[in-house]
Design a protein around this ligand. Structure first.
Ligand code: ZN
Length: 330
């Protein structure tokens, strides 16, 4: 889990709002955290909950180690309640149930926290109920609403929340976040490739877990070797390696996407943007050779052919045909 200090570089505006209110000890009753998929809304809410309940907080930073912090991180703290929408609506009953639980059983601390994920799905009735018990003076309650789409939150809710906007992560920040994920052990090299394919953290983890991605990267690298060293054998390579190893159409498509990333790397490197590579590491020997051997004109033509091939793959042209044609054009 990141700290507020670390978050400041990734989400400067959002973390500033929280840090300032923590320093002045002015916590809102309700926060609306809005940001597109993959911006880290749940992590942000978890960190905020830990900050509010940690027993050994140092300044504004929760210790991330005490009993309470641990229970919040694993979703097991009795005073921190998550409500997830079923994808359509969050109903009265869900809110009522929660409220009862809080009143009767949530006695671990005075403060209770509701985290409502997919808050755009709150029905007007359910939203009104939340507002009502947020205003009960005897309950020290914080509601944290999370949404992909802030505009669809009803105005009466919006107006009572402190609004926190999370910005889409830039690629470097996204890579940094992937490397820091505790249970995934994603190295920097893999994080770079993942960040070129998606800026959604869940999708990146899914790619990483499947591992197919890294096999496909190896095949793409081999194809570039063939183009440099064994040009006459490229057609054979497609039949002996590429097609047998990438069996599914989606693997074929991913193969083309990664090849596009690789060729883009070479283009960027030629233009002197040496830290802007996603498949290759900056000092990669193969990259250096590709930079020397391919002219810019040829690279741009390759990209054009690749995009065309990618389109055909989407239009269900047979992968064998797409790949044969592509490498002959190369
Ligand atoms: Zn703690």
């Amino acid at each position: 889990m990141q700290t507020w200090g670390e978050l400041q570089s990734v989400q400067p505006l959002a973390s500033k709002i929280i840090i300032n209110s923590l320093k002045r000890n002015r916590i809102s009753h309700a926060y609306l955290i809005q940001g597109t998929r993959g911006t880290g809304k749940k992590d942000f809410a978890t960190l905020l909950a830990m900050t509010l309940l940690c027993e050994q907080r140092q300044g504004i930073e929760p210790c991330q180690d005490c009993h309470k912090c641990n229970r919040i991180m694993t979703g097991n703290h009795p005073d921190v309640h998550w409500i997830e929408s079923d994808g359509k609506t969050i109903k009265n009953e869900q809110i009522d149930l929660l409220r009862k639980e809080f009143v009767y059983t949530g006695l671990e601390t005075a403060r209770k926290i509701y985290i409502i994920s997919g808050a755009e799905a709150l029905t007007v009735n359910a939203a009104n109920r939340i507002l009502k018990f947020l205003e009960e003076p005897d309950m020290e309650t914080t509601a944290i609403l999370l949404t992909d789409n802030g505009q669809s939150i009803i105005p009466t809710i919006r107006s009572r929340c402190q609004i926190i906007d999370l910005q889409p992560l830039d690629q470097t920040a996204f890579q940094h976040r992937l490397v820091q994920l505790e249970n995934e052990s994603i190295n920097e090299n893999n994080a770079r490739l993942l960040s070129a394919l998606t800026n959604n953290i869940d999708d990146a983890i899914m790619y990483h877990k499947e591992e197919k991605l890294y096999e496909i990267r190896d095949i793409v690298t081999q194809l570039i070797y063939e183009l440099l060293d064994n040009y006459e054998e490229r057609y054979l390579f497609v039949h002996q390696k590429w097609l047998p190893q990438l069996k599914e159409r989606q693997d074929q498509a991913l193969g083309l996407d990664i090849l596009i990333i690789a060729i883009n790397d070479v283009v960027h490197f030629q233009m002197g943007r040496e830290n802007h590579t996603f498949l290759f590491q900056p000092g990669d020997g193969l990259l250096q050779r590709a930079v020397n051997q391919f002219t810019q004109k040829r690279l741009l033509q390759m990209l054009k052919d690749l995009l065309h091939a990618r389109q055909k793959m989407n239009q269900y042209v047979h992968p064998t045909l797409v790949m044969e044609q592509l490498v002959l054009q190369f």
